[in-house]
Ligand binder design. Structure first.
Ligand SMILES: [Zn+2]
Length: 423
């Protein structure tokens, strides 16, 4: 018996194959051979060449695909950098280096004034054979526009090579309180298991937000990137009335192959908003506790000490953000488990520093309403949390949405009947 299994093992692994032979079985440049090892040209990692299956598995892995995409984009960028005009003076090699440097700083989100730092400057000058590196203001004035242009051209090329695109947009306000419409393109996935990859096309500053300004901005972006309108398969937005109107009144007749998709995560957020509004007291508790712990490292330390004395895990209450419901639910579930602890801890705190917030927490922790609400949330929140988490990811779920939402409606109906029966 043992012999047979041994021989099967050997026959499965073709040990006699050389890395050179394996490399030839794939497209030129996919793998390279280095001192008896087979290396992936994109990832620069060793791949087991004895089995073809292992090589194929590597080529189909998400890491490899992501790296390959990055490489394609980087080489497109390099090509556009090399084609830039050299009118700012200096050799073209130096131009490419400086534009690339600005591009790298912008990509890593490092402000250009960091280049005025003496240490960084002397390091770069010593190691990159560059004469002198211009000041940040010079780079900003002459090279940032070039880096932007190179990025734009690379993005345009990248989009031209992809199939159908979904246009995703949402509006926000910036630090100066202006309306900003972020327009993203998400190329469709070509193979099963691929992850969605979003590319930011433009942040359009809008005078005001209405269906006309939004439609105009979208069409202008498509025109700028020379994206054929027939290539757009979806227009993904939130549920705002002006987005519906933008689609129905102006974009639908132009984007003939597209459909309007309202973001499921956004719809779920709205559902949570309605749902959570019935838990007023719990909401008060959540904000009071958040207030008690933010900006008070000493109290955080005392609470940790308190938990340690009790022998409980020293985890601090999560600080929830209202627009991210999962953080709110997470905080609620934590509070549900720590009501007794809070009562005791904040009663002690009251002795050292009396504040209206501390007294409110003590009252809320003793409230029957809060207890009942927390019990209900403990039962129902995990379901909503799971579904929210699912739709905030980047995996493709379009085919599952209808089932999940139907289930959610059924679950709401059933929970409602349950509550009615209990009452
Ligand atoms: Zn690879």
């Amino acid at each position: 018996m043992e012999d047979t299994s041994q021989s099967r093992k050997i026959s499965k692994t073709a040990t006699r194959i050389r890395p050179e032979d394996r490399s030839k079985q794939f497209e030129d440049g996919t793998f390279r051979v280095d001192t008896g090892r087979l290396l992936c040209s994109v990832c620069n990692v060793t791949v087991d060449f004895t089995r073809k299956h292992t090589c194929l598995k590597h080529l189909n892995s998400n890491t490899h695909k992501r790296r390959k995409e990055q490489q394609v984009f980087a080489s497109a960028k390099r090509a556009s950098l090399e084609n830039l005009d050299v009118s700012t003076g200096g050799t073209s090699e130096r131009q490419v280096f400086l534009t690339g440097l600005v591009d790298a700083f912008a990509g890593a989100n490092i402000p250009l004034h960091a280049l005025d730092n003496r240490n960084l400057r002397s390091f770069l000058q010593a190691n990159f054979n560059s004469e002198t590196i211009p000041t940040a203001s010079h780079l900003r004035r002459f090279f940032l526009p070039k880096a932007f242009e190179a990025h734009f051209i690379a993005l345009k090329r990248c989009l031209a090579n992809r199939g159908a695109l979904a246009i995703v947009c949402d509006e926000t306000t910036d630090a100066e309180d202006r309306y900003i419409l972020n327009v993203l393109a998400v190329p469709s996935c070509e193979k099963q298991g691929d992850k969605l990859d979003a590319l930011l096309l433009e942040c359009v500053v809008l005078e005001k937000t209405n269906y006309k300004t939004v439609s105009e901005a979208i069409l202008r972006v498509l025109f700028k990137y020379e994206i054929p309108t027939l290539k757009i398969s979806a227009f993904v937005t939130d549920n705002a009335a002006y987005m519906h109107k933008a689609w129905n009144c102006s974009l639908r007749p132009v984007l003939l192959n597209g459909v309007h998709v309202t973001c499921t995560a956004h719809i779920l957020n709205l559902i949570c908003e309605v749902w959570v509004s019935s838990f007023q007291e719990t909401n008060r508790l959540v904000s009071a506790i958040k207030k008690a712990f933010t900006a008070s490292p000493a109290r955080k330390a005392r609470f940790k000490q308190f938990l340690r004395e009790k022998g409980a895990p020293q985890k601090l209450p999560p600080a929830p953000v209202l627009t991210r419901w999962n953080t709110w639910f997470g905080a609620v579930l934590y509070h549900a488990d720590h009501l007794e602890d809070y009562s005791e801890f904040f009663s002690r705190e009251l002795g050292s520093s009396a504040s209206s917030n501390t007294s409110e927490i003590i009252i809320l922790c003793g409230s029957v309403d809060v207890r009942q609400q927390l019990d209900q949330l403990r039962i129902y929140a995990p379901h909503l949390m799971a579904i929210l988490k699912k739709y905030e990811g980047t995996d493709i779920k379009a085919h599952l949405v209808i089932d999940d939402l139907t289930q959610l409606i059924e679950w709401f109906d059933a929970s409602y009947t349950d509550t009615e029966n209990l009452a």
